[in-house]
Design a protein around this ligand. Structure first.
Ligand code: PLP
Ligand code: COI
Length: 387
């Protein structure tokens, strides 16, 4: 690496140059493509951020840029690059009052072959479109979604954690209704943005067993409600149960189906799976988020010759599982040591030695291998964003 890349003076110079360039290019209405090339050039000459990558938690950390796109007059506009962390909006914006808000979550992986990959972003785009249909927001085309994903990853290249650290660059797409309404109606204007932030494991210890607890006092979502959509309201509804679980010393809360309180639904911000007799079993429910990780694990389990069952799981069936786990983008696979049902005074133990089971471990290694480009990507799930 050239000597100047190590000097703080160079970094300061580069940052200022970048700022002035962006203002100038906006003024002369330069093309988006030229804009992108320029940023790529700046990123290429940039040094890696000096962060203790191996010990970052799952939290927000400022990066250089986010990308934005507005929906106005019935159409999506041009993609914009932005270095602001705030959003100017009307105080009567529908996202603030009536929950017209949707988000997504996916990751960019710095791989040992030097490339940076993202995982199944088409699926995130499709789920966001489904959420949009669910709460009457305009659907963002998959092509625009992917283009913005690629841009935000490239623009924040210096924040993509090194492979060995196990950390990743978390990408958070967000869609909000920004125009004013006082009556309960959808907005006419929307902002879609994606920010990026480097993250470590969501649960303590990463791929390590954690205890979960069934919380019967609260429902995350109703059978005909918004649980299948990724809207902020579901997470607001989960905050008390999540706090209760943490206060009791558990890693995460577990929900039963809201109608009968009989079947396993979701665990916090992750789907549930159990393993028995070479079978991968996961809940079928109209109140859980269709997890892209779970969908992928079902395929991988099938590839491994396992049977896959997506069906209702009565609570008492937990006693028959040899292994169990929570899965999601943030959680990846988080093996479950036990699930307690405090009200019914029951405990279901999945790991007697405190270690993840062999099938969960195999699935975890396979999934991570595909995400990091070290296992064959038979299903074309990854896209190289920086090659
Ligand atoms: N369930 C909920 C409620 C979530 O928030 C998430 C995270 O996105 C998941 C499940 C897992 O979904 P995915 O695997 O697509 O990240
Ligand atoms: C994710 O797994 O991406 C999630 O959305 C979980 C999150 C709410 C922290």
């Amino acid at each position: 690496m050239p000597f100047y890349k190590f000097t703080p003076l160079f970094e300061t110079f580069k940052t200022h140059l970048q700022r002035y360039a962006i203002v100038f290019l906006k003024k002369i209405n330069c093309s988006l493509q030229f804009y992108n090339y320029l940023w790529l050039f700046f990123e290429k000459i940039s040094v890696m951020e000096n962060i203790d990558w191996a010990n970052i938690g799952f939290g927000y950390r400022k990066t250089d840029y986010n990308v934005r796109c507005y929906y106005r007059d019935g159409k999506w506009g041009e993609i914009e690059t932005c270095s602001e962390e705030t959003i100017p909006m009307h105080m009567a914006a529908t996202c603030l009052h009536y929950g017209q808000e949707a988000f997504e979550g996916l990751k960019a992986y710095r791989c040992p072959d030097g490339k940076v990959r993202v995982f199944r972003s088409d699926e995130n785009a499709a789920r966001l479109q489904s959420t949009c249909r669910g709460i009457l927001m305009p659907e963002l085309p998959t092509e625009t979604f992917n283009k913005m994903i690629d841009m935000v990853v490239r623009l924040n290249e210096r924040f993509i954690p090194p492979y060995e650290t196990g950390a990743t660059l978390y990408l958070r797409p967000l869609l909000v209704g920004i125009s004013a309404q006082v009556g309960v109606h959808p907005a006419s204007e929307y902002l879609f943005l994606i920010f990026a932030t480097p993250v470590g494991p969501y649960f303590k210890g990463g791929f390590a067993c954690n205890p979960y607890v069934i919380i019967r006092e609260f429902d995350r979502s109703a059978p005909l409600g918004t649980g299948i959509y990724k809207v902020g309201g579901n997470y607001a509804a989960s905050l008390r149960a999540n706090k209760m679980a943490h206060d009791l010393g558990y890693a995460c809360e577990f929900y039963l189906d809201a109608k009968e309180k009989k079947y396993m639904d979701e665990c916090g911000a992750a789907n549930f799976f159990g393993i028995k007799n070479n079978t991968y079993v996961t809940p079928k429910s109209s109140s859980i988020l269709p997890s892209i990780t779970n969908k992928s694990l079902m395929q991988l389990a099938e590839d491994l010759g396992m049977t896959v069952e997506r069906r209702q799981i009565p609570e008492e069936e937990l006693a028959t599982f040899e292994e169990a786990g929570a899965c999601g983008t943030a959680a990846v696979i988080s093996p479950i040591s036990k699930i307690d049902d405090l009200e019914q005074k029951k405990t279901f133990v999945f790991s007697k030695d405190g270690k993840p089971g062999p099938i969960s471990t195999k699935l975890y290694n396979l999934l991570r291998g595909i995400q990091y480009g070290t296992e064959p990507d038979k299903h074309n799930w990854t896209r190289v964003v920086i090659g």
